[in-house]
Ligand binder design. Structure first.
Ligand code: ACK
Length: 944
């Protein structure tokens, strides 16, 4: 019976009582086959002599294994001669029969393996010699080892027998699998134990194929593989497709192309649409053409522009058709006529009395392959004397002061000669008389009147005004001097410099422009009639005083300029039937009431997820107006990176503002909960989205004033959108806002110095805030300037200090931040430059590889910092940043004073055993904060 009590057949011998035993058992002839090294596995039981009562010294506990090599089996009659056999080994037992208390014998099977040989003949016999033991031989297994056929690195290797010499390996060359090609000769080595060792070289999948479970499979339709390799097939790039299996390239869809130098893995693209908003500006002897890039770039970035010039002087006598011919070569284009990368050109050296027509053509790398898109707008110019352009007479006549307060002057002027409808707008330039035009401000207005605010009391200002027509600017009016009212200390206003431009009642040009604006934006249903009525009522309409880049660009209209702000809401926000809104849960608290999430179910349309801001009951009219103000601002915007207004409920209670739902909530808290989880490229993608939204806002002439990560919302796809509009909110709702010396309430850490000091908010001050948002993004929601007080922040900025790069921040991004934090607002980049800079980084991600790894020394920081006394211990400091668990790490590494940690770098932090990235980040940023604070204390002459 075996261990499981199953009957087995054995060869047994047990002559333990008799002396001189010599019993043999021999196997049949065993063919060697391919074996080089032969193994024998024996399974047997062997009873230990002690367990057999009465045995004498005759009992043995071993037996012997022998073998004999022959080339054929021995004839049956051959006599057995033990001397013919060579001994392999004496076999002893590891286990043996043992006796239990009850006297039952328990069987223990032994397994022993021996190598036999070397066997060189065709076969062999095995023989077992017993010399007086009590043995049962249960099984004998004879085997050799081989490395089994296998697939490795896309090559197949045959079944292989190892070498006889156990120390040498058999080198085996593999053959590439189907649809694969050799990269480096595929090799494996077969070891003595039958294991494959040391894989070398291998094969690639051929083009049009991908690796799958060790084989190469053809790419499916819609996918392609342009290079041999072990990569997966890629989806066809946009605007291309593959219809067959094993595609090596995806062919462009109709109307799309690849330029010769485009790689086959690039998207297919098309020629751009026409440039937009072509305008001409005339300045004495030069003509300036400016335009905006096409709305459709065709999917390419290599857009250039060509200026095509014609002289159209002659008229065909018969047909009366104007005859045009290419311009003479002496006309000079600055920088050049063709291949312009910018969106403007200056043209000089015109001939006398000539008519010129210019076309601007946008081309990109595939324009030659499709139809070149030409600007439909053209500009015609007629010259008078040689080289002189008609700069036009001064269309503006006398400029009058209508009224003046301490900080504002209202002006109006008359037009000379020109119908008002020909005038696009007016530019009003003004400066303090005493400043002698050292610095001047300017603003634009569409009506012949303006209220310039933000002026200094009791100060004389010089004003002059010029008009802009479709043909460019006219000359300036003469200078007019007007003074602001004498200062009355009781009614000093906040000193904000906000230029507000008025348009007079029923101003024709304004009405036309507004009507066009509303028609363009599709908000015109029932509008025009209603408008005419309210227009009669309206006394003044204010526009934001920010420069309009070109006429025709939609500009932001400040809802405060409506006499009745509900009109602004009606105009810019759609009224929603409250029964369409299904509120699901409360997600936060706003200034005016709860913020909820829910669904908007407009019949016949798809349900959409929305966020619903509610106005809590018991509000005053003023609060209702302020609440809805945000909707009338948001409703004017239409950009993928600006939070979308879906509508408002104003005709029933509660009053609600319904906006698109952003699954990940506010950016600052979102980043804090996902510390360290994004790639730099993902973070740059977020910044890019914010820059797109801000470029749009700045082009609309809207200044946000409270740009901060807490006011950016993030959707499920990590798309970031600018939100929180209406600066009245700053005064009340933003917990970061603090009162400034000028009386305004401002989020100090995010705000540019000139805005804090004089209330000078502009797109340039928004750019400063954008730099802070970049810093917040790169530091995963760290608080800017950490726990420094607002006052210290203001002083540090004034001294020239700037936030250091967050941990893991690419140098290029920190440089961009520093650029946004230039003291002079004019030196900061515009949002569109920020955007194109980020685009360059995204296209060329290697530019993000150089990190500001170590703790930065602050720019301009004084070189010799004298010793400063300590004011808290390392332990207190770690407690304060909730990192108490690392006290011992610091102490064990010899960091016992704050002084000593202030120079620690990220490598030092890692070296003392702080491994979690989030903890490293928190500690490093706190050290940076400490350094800044300590330095500040020392600068202010404090001895703590
Ligand atoms: O950080 P949060 O989750 O994002 O908490 C605030 C809260 O409401 C109060 O403002 C959230 N919130 C505001 N607007 C939206 C929106 N459109 N989608 C999702 N959450 C929003 C914000």
């Amino acid at each position: 019976m075996d261990e499981q009590n199953r009957p087995i057949h054995t060869f047994q011998v047990c002559h333990v009582m008799e002396p001189n035993q010599n019993n043999w058992l021999r196997s049949g002839w065993i063919q060697r086959q391919a074996a080089q090294r032969v193994y024998v596995e024996l399974r047997f039981t062997l009873r230990d002599c002690n367990s057999i009562p009465w045995v004498s010294g005759t009992c043995k506990e071993t037996f012997n294994l022998f073998y004999l090599q022959t080339d054929e089996s021995l004839p049956a009659a051959t006599r057995f001669r033990p001397t013919d056999y060579a001994k392999v080994d004496t076999i002893a037992a590891d286990e043996s029969f043992t006796q239990t208390d009850l006297g039952d014998r328990v069987l223990r099977l032994n397994t022993e393996v021996r190598e036999v040989g070397p066997v060189t003949h065709k076969g062999f016999y095995l023989a077992f010699q017993d010399v007086g033991a009590c043995i049962a031989l249960v099984s004998v297994k004879v085997f050799y080892k081989r490395c089994p056929a296998t697939l490795r690195n896309l090559a197949s290797f045959p079944d292989t027998v190892p070498h006889m010499d156990s120390s040498s390996l058999v080198e085996v060359r593999g053959a590439c699998v189907e649809n694969a090609e050799e990269r480096d000769t595929p090799k494996l080595y077969c070891g003595a134990d039958g294991d494959w060792l040391v894989p070398l070289g291998g094969c690639f999948c051929s083009i049009g194929h991908e690796e799958m479970d060790g084989h190469c499979r053809a790419c499916r339709p819609g996918f392609f593989s342009a290079y041999a390799g072990n990569k997966k097939c890629s989806k066809c790039p946009p605007h291309s497709s593959s219809h067959d299996q094993a595609a090596t390239i995806c062919h462009c869809d109709k109307g799309f192309y690849r330029a010769i130098k485009d790689s086959s893995t690039m998207s297919c693209t098309r020629p751009p649409s026409a440039p937009r908003n072509l305008v001409s500006l005339i300045n004495d002897t030069a003509l300036f053409l400016q335009w905006m890039p096409p709305s459709d770039t065709g999917g390419r970035k290599d857009i250039t522009y060509n200026i095509l010039c014609q002289r159209c002087d002659g008229i065909d006598g018969d047909s009366g058709v104007i005859q045009c011919e290419p311009c003479e070569p002496d006309l000079r284009f600055i920088p050049r006529p063709l291949g312009l990368t910018g969106t403007s050109v200056a043209i000089i050296d015109f001939a006398t009395h000539a008519n010129y027509t210019f076309h601007v053509e946008a081309v990109n790398g595939v324009s030659g392959l499709g139809v070149a898109a030409r600007s439909l707008a053209n500009v015609s110019v007629t010259t008078h004397q040689a080289g002189e352009l008609p700069s036009g007479p001064a269309l503006v006549g006398v400029v009058r002061k209508d009224w003046a307060s301490q900080n504002s002057i209202a002006l109006s002027w008359s037009q000379v000669e020109q119908a008002p409808s020909d005038i696009v707008d007016y530019e009003v330039k003004y400066y303090e008389k005493e400043q002698e035009q050292l610095s001047y401000s300017s603003t634009r207005t569409k009506a012949p009147s303006v209220v310039v605010t933000g002026l200094r009391p009791s100060t004389v200002y010089v004003f002059h005004v010029r008009a802009r027509t479709a043909a460019g600017y006219t000359a300036y009016s003469p200078n007019f001097e007007f003074a602001t009212a004498v200062e009355d200390p009781d009614i000093a206003d906040q000193g904000q410099v906000l230029v507000v431009v008025t348009a007079s009642v029923g101003g024709f040009s304004l009405l036309v422009i507004l009507t066009l604006f509303l028609l363009i934006t599709g908000r015109c249903q029932g509008y025009i009639k209603a408008r005419m009525k309210s227009e009669e009522k309206r006394r003044t309409r204010f526009h934001s005083g920010h420069a309009l880049p070109f006429s025709g660009i939609k500009t932001y209209v400040d809802p405060d300029t409506y006499e009745d702000p509900t009109q602004a809401v009606e105009e810019f926000a759609k009224e929603i039937d409250p029964s369409y809104i299904c509120i699901e849960r409360v997600i936060g608290a706003g200034e005016f009431g709860e913020v909820c999430s829910g669904r908007l179910r407009i019949p016949g349309r798809m349900d959409i997820a929305v966020a619903i801001k509610t106005l809590k009951g018991g509000y005053m009219d003023q609060q209702r107006r302020e609440f809805l103000r945000e909707a009338s601002i948001m409703g004017q915007f239409n950009n993928p990176n600006i939070i979308r207004l879906d509508g408002v409920v104003t005709r029933s209670r509660p009053v609600m503002i319904v906006v698109e739902y952003m699954e990940n909530g506010a950016l600052d808290s979102f980043l804090r909960t996902r510390d360290g989880q994004f790639t730099v490229l993902q973070l740059v993608g977020m910044m890019r989205g914010i820059a797109v939204g801000m470029t749009y806002l700045s082009e609309m002439g809207y200044v946000h004033r409270d740009l901060a990560a807490r006011n950016i919302l993030v959707d499920e796809n990590l798309v970031c959108k600018v939100s929180d509009f209406g600066m009245s909110r700053i005064l009340k709702d933003d917990s970061e806002a603090a009162y400034t010396a000028t009386g305004g309430k401002i989020p100090i850490r995010w705000t540019a110095p000139e805005a804090i000091a004089y209330g000078k908010f502009s797109s340039a001050s928004d750019v400063w805030s954008y730099g802070i948002v970049m810093w917040e993004v790169m530091s995963y929601g760290e608080r800017p300037y950490w726990e420094m007080s607002n006052q210290d922040v203001i002083l540090s900025i004034e001294e020239g200090y700037r936030l250091p790069a967050p941990m893991g921040c690419p140098v290029t991004l920190h440089q961009l931040m520093l650029h946004c934090w230039q003291k002079e607002s004019g030196q900061r980049p515009h949002f569109n430059s920020v955007l194109s800079f980020l685009d360059k980084l995204i296209i060329n991600p290697s530019s993000l590889l150089t990190l500001v790894n170590d703790v930065q020394s602050f720019p301009d920081s004084p070189e010799d910092m004298p010793d400063y006394p300590l004011f808290i211990s390392i332990g207190d400091w770690l407690d304060s940043i909730k990192m108490s668990q690392y006290k011992n790490n610091f102490l064990a590494a010899g960091y016992t004073t704050l002084d000593s940690i202030s120079t620690m770098s990220i490598d030092d932090i890692r070296r003392i055993g702080i491994c979690l990235i989030g903890h490293q980040r928190r500690i490093i940023s706190s050290i940076q904060s400490l350094r800044l604070q300590l330095h500040h204390i020392q600068q202010s002459g404090f001895q703590v």
